[in-house]
Design a protein around this ligand. Sequence first.
Ligand code: TYD
Ligand code: MG
Length: 450
Amino acid sequence: MKTKSIYTCKSCGYQSPRWLGKCPDCGEWDTFYEELTEKPSERTVGTMQSQALKPQLISLNDVHMSQEIRFSSGMAELDRVLGGGIVAGSLVLVGGEPGIGKSTLLLQICAHISNKVLYVSGEESPSQIKLRAKRLHIENEAISLLCTTDLNEIVAALESARPSLVIVDSVQTVSNPQMNSAPGTVSQIKEITMTLMRIAKSTGITVFIVGHVTKEGAIAGPRVLEHMVDCVLYFEGDNNHIFRLLRAIKNRFGSTNEVGVFEMEETGLTEVANPSAALFEHKDTTASGSCITCTMEGSRPFLTEIQALVTPTFFPVPRRTASGIDYNRMVLLMAVLEKRIKLSLSNYDAYINIVGGMRITEPAADLSIAMAIYSNYKDIVLPSNHAFLGEIGLSGEIRPVSLINTRIKEAKKLGIDHIVIPYANLNKCNDISGVIGVKNIGEAIRTISN
Ligand code: TYD
Ligand code: MG
């Protein structure tokens, strides 16, 4: 075996025989680091040696399917995201920004498991973990701690203790000392994940690993990690927002459309079973510029309030501020309002806010954004039993939206009985009581004036 230097990009895993300032694959600057690799001295593939192997082939029809064994994490929201509970022997990656609550969530899972659990931390000391456990009122005899950054120690602990669940917090801090590269590099992360995957599959131990995210929001130690694991969960939200959303980005045992909703409180994360009601609680029913819509997070409907403030400006260039929606979408919708229904918005500053710190990326909320702007501009209060759904095209037409029945059902559950939807969606509605179909933005506005 000969050793050879190879340069690997930290961000995407691209490899080059020499150092590069900019990665030709992902375009990141200064991400290459040197690794020593061992090169096989001779080609073995296709030689007599491989021809001597006798791989066992199995007919697909003869494969017996064993039902996967699932157990509950004790949190219905997490079980829902995982597709109906934790699958025994699976490897789950939990990603998210620092301070979002990954360690808290995983420690809370430990509290609910009655079998042996091993919590491995490369970041915190036992007393720090104990402090968190005290805040969460966790006193579970079955939880053992291991504070190490050495992969070999983790493997040895798993072999001797044989827990049913192990948590590795975080994958970036653990390393295999036999390898030349530093912790957190692509080759270390691959090695750790592969080792844990092998253990999970051969022993049935369920593994949860925490992965930090880069400034751009991707799980650091690039996508290679996401390809290897069974599930990738992503925890998002920030301290100023009410909700923390747990999304499945990848799930080999269920749908990726599920979203779990949590709230961070003094004593840890609590589940929010009915987020629409929580968002709806503090709505001011007397102010203009507020409009209700129903957005989808995966397959889950959220009743959301859009707020707009439109005020005269004294500056030549009016201000536009969008919080929770795309700025360009806001400008586009204002241009449509200006052109199609002659709202002269060019002398007005405009601010849009989505209540509760939600982020809306789907165009189905277009009509409600336009209605909130219109409502504040004309100072007309939209009744709190009205909701608006629909995508707006450049000619002011209202285009159909997906999952219309789920959205209508959610709105009705919270007492909304006047739902304006795209006309093209009407024939797909199961229940059209209180539902009004509109073809363009002018028609939508007329539904509130009569
Ligand atoms: P943590 O779980 O350590 O986040 P991560 O592991 O993702 O970096 O902590 C999340 C934040 O939540 C931390 O700033 C403190 C706060 N927190 C609470 O508000 N209540 C609690 O009960 C706990 C344990 C933490
Ligand atoms: Mg942590």
